[in-house]
Structure formats: C-alpha cells, structure tokens
Write a protein that binds this ligand. Sequence first.
Ligand code: AMP
Ligand code: ZN
Length: 484
Amino acid sequence: MTLNLHNTLTGKDQNFKSEAPNIVKLYTCGPTVYDYLHVGNWFGYIAWDILVRVLLADEYEVERVLNITDVGHLVSDADDGQDKLEKGAKKEGKTAWDIAEFYTQDFLKGIELLGLIKPQHVVKATDYIPQQLELVRTLKDKGYTYQIDDGIYFDTSKFPTYADFAHLDLKALQAGARVEFNPKKRNHSDFALWKFTPENEKRDMQWETPDDIAEGKPMGFPGWHLECSTMAMSILGQTLDIHTGGIDHIPVHHTNEIAQSEAATGKIFSNFWLHNNHLKVDGTKISKSLGNGYTLNDLAEKGFSPNDYRMFALQTHYRSEGNFSFENLAGAKNRLHNWINIAAMRHQTHDTLRDDDDKCTDDRSVSLYAAAQAVLAALNDDLNTPAALAIIDDAFSQLTHARLDDIHQHAFVQLLETIDELLGLQLIKNSPDVSDDIKMLIIKRQQAREHQDWQTSDNLRKEIEKSGITVRDTAHGPIWEYLA
Ligand code: AMP
Ligand code: ZN
C-alpha cells in the first residue's frame, strides 16, 4: 500500500520511499530524563508507534533508534543556564547519574505499559561521547566551528541553508534577540557543540576535552543537538529515511541537527521529517508551575489504564493540537471498554449450525474484511488514526446488531488481529473467554427465562456478575460482556 506522509522538510504530503528497498532507517528524539514523562510526551511516542506499525504492515523492515538525553539539555534553547539533569540532581539531592538512571527506567517501563514496540536501539547520549567528539573534530577540520570561553560553537553563517528547514527569519531573530547570554557568539543562532565545565561549577557528568579540539579546557560535555546527530549517524548511517519529534523541535533542535550533520557529511541528513503537534491539558499549555503534566501514575491513581490513554491519544491526529482532560479520557475508556466487549463476541459465535464457508457470501463478512483493509488505508494516509477509529466503530456497530450465528468468525477475528497489530490496543489479549462454569450459569439463566422464572433468572445474573461478567439479552439470545 502507498504510504503518504506529511514531510516537514518539504511542507508537503509525499509518498514515502526508503533509500534502501524495504528497509526504513528511523530516528526518534527521546526524552530528557530528569523527570517523569507527561501525557504530552507520550502523545508523540504513541504517534511514532503507529508509524512503526504501519511501516511493518507495509512490509518494511524498520531499523530504529530512540535516544535518551541524559546530559547536555540546558534549561534554555540559547545554550544558556543549567543542564536539566544537573539541576534535577541538585533538587533531589542525588547525582545526575542517579537521576538519569531512575527516569530512564521509568521511561522504559512506560514503553512496556503502553505496549509501544521497543526500538532495537535505545541509546544514551553518555554512551556516545567519543563519537560526539569525533563529530566536533570533523566540523572543526571543515572550518564550521569556533571556540569562545564557554565552549565550541557551530557557526551557522557558514551553513547557507540554515534558515530553510524552519523558515526562520534570521535577521529578525538577531534584531529581536534579548541581551545575549554570551555576547561572544558570532551569530544569534550559533549553538554549542561542546560546552566547557564552568570553573566555579562542579558537574557530575563531564569528560575530558581532547587537546586537538580545545587546548587547555580539559573538562566539558556535549550539546543536546550534537547528541542526536551523532547517535543517529553512528547507528543508522549518514542519511536517515525518517526523523521524528515534537513540533517544538523544528526551529532549534532539528534545525541544528540538520546543519551540523549535513555540514559534516555533505549529504542530506533525513529524507522525511515528521512532527507531532502538542497536547494541551484543559486547554492550557502543560507546565510544571500549573502541575498539569499528568504522568501514567497519575492516570492509574484515577483508575485509567495505559491502554485507556492510548485510545485517547489515537482519537487525535498527530498533527492536530490535542486537548487532554479527565472527561475526554473517560470517554476514551468507555469506547475501549465497548470495543473489548465486541471483541469478546468472537467466543460466542462458535455454536453455529452453519460453518464459516456458508457465510462467505454474507454481506457482513465482506464488510468485515473491507473494514480491516480500510483501517490500513486510513493509517497509510498520514497516520489518520481518527479515521481508522471511525471505520472500526462502524464495523463494530454492525456486529452489535447482528445475530451471533451470522457473524463470520474468520473475518471477525482477522479484523481484531488487524486492529491490534496496527493500533496496539490489545483487544484480543484483553478479552479472554469466560470459564465453563460461567457458561453453564448463562445457559441455566436462559432456561429460567424461557420458563418465565424471573426470580431464578435474577439470582443467576447476580451470581454471574460476581465474576465481573454481565449478560445482555438481545432478540437473538443472551450475549455476555465484561462489567465496566
Ligand atoms: P523532552 O523530554 O522535553 O525532550 O521532550 C520529549 C518529547 O516530548 C519531545 O519530542 C517533545 O517535542 C515532546 N513534547 C513535549 N511537550 C509536549 C506536549 N505538550 N505535547 C506533545 N509532545 C510534547
Ligand atoms: Zn533530538
């Protein structure tokens, strides 16, 4: 199937094509591990999980790097202020290494809880220091760098297409620049490749600066942008097929990644750039001071599972601004619960006198097969998850009204498998069959109803509900469901 993606690099929707046939080299900017991830961060990682799932369904092999930023991400984009990790460590009375390890483990746990496909390469910036210094060396040898008192900088005026990716108006930016942190920078947009440990500061994370890079400045640490370029190119090669991240990364982080990578190699750094929009919370920006950066733990405390959140995230297209509220999340939870109950109907279509083959010509089986195809087509259209969910709603609503005997078992299970594969909602895993004892009780209750013995029928319902199962009586007989 043709995959259509909105490419930030060209500003257009384009048919995706990988450099090497059937292999996709994909890089995703990972989190800065100085705190728990919030729902906004996870919104992006869920979008990129769908991208991977669609690529796999389109029969690509996906080689993917997801980095962990455990050093060098400063509190301001202007290479100014403290390192987020060092600052976090001081606040918690720990070392930056402890902080990084703790929040990295929490991030990895979140990946599992949300059922995100884990990339083959989950790599830490601190494990790639020699490679980062090598990239600085290459840029220095090619004349792109200069040294000032606090670090080695990339001279953006030497990279003529610097402003193109984010359509920056560099003159206006320069004119509008507030008092600069370091007036020794040649251009406002220049950025640090390698920073020196300030003389009066004790850093937990620092490395020797080799003499050929900067004489007499022995200790330092990498800039955040350098880390991503290095890890991407060290593992995936000089040109990536797709690079992903949040929209906030376009004007600085990704612009800088492109400048330094392409200056070093003379090759295009990534053919496709995908950016997720931001999620707001109750209509406002997520910020620490507002305390609205809800984590997966916060959601669990209010009775919402990671899968409920996944469903919530899929309801918004990754390029649209999302709005999180507990009310919206409750809506998503409810939708997922209904879907799981529909999935459980597959256990109830067995007792049929006709086998599947007799039902092949049935319109409903055809529409179930078509729905699976339509879901894949929607996702191939720039990961249109809201459209995919609407198709599933339609298909499922037909099933709710169908006679169980009429449902084409194979087409139904195939649709569920497709949904799980593409959207990762784990409908099959979360809809196990009921025990034989419960099945017996359901039959007995049905017999009581046929004899109009309402008292027994009521008692049996209560008995069944003790196991978290309820019975919905339809014109075609009872259907069991999970209690909400
Ligand atoms: P950070 O840890 O700050 O580097 O962020 C990790 C990822 O989350 C980056 O790709 C950001 O662009 C993204 N991100 C940050 N805030 C939000 C938000 N409110 N909504 C969606 N993505 C976000
Ligand atoms: Zn990055």
